[in-house]
Design a protein around this ligand. Structure first.
Ligand code: FES
Length: 70
């Protein structure tokens, strides 16, 4: 699994499109092949990113993690 830390933005996890996940007891289906998680703390839809990082001028380094699941 690959996790990308977008420069000045969210943490992005690549998943197969149509993947299902639970959030607050609600099952959701991914409409795109990625899940973007807020790391700026200003999203109105936590833990998901809603683009608020741009409005607040969030600054953070980018990077990438490669995670091997067993
Ligand atoms: S990182 Fe996008 S809203 Fe927080």
């Amino acid at each position: 699994m690959r996790i990308r830390l977008r420069e000045n933005g969210p943490l992005v996890i690549d998943l197969p499109e149509g993947s299902r996940y639970r959030l607050g007891g609600e099952e959701r289906v991914l409409e795109r092949a990625k899940l973007a998680l807020c790391r700026c703390g200003h999203s109105e839809d936590k833990p998901l990113c809603d683009g608020s990082h741009k409005r607040v001028g969030f600054v953070a380094a980018g990077g990438e993690l490669e995670v091997e699941l067993q």
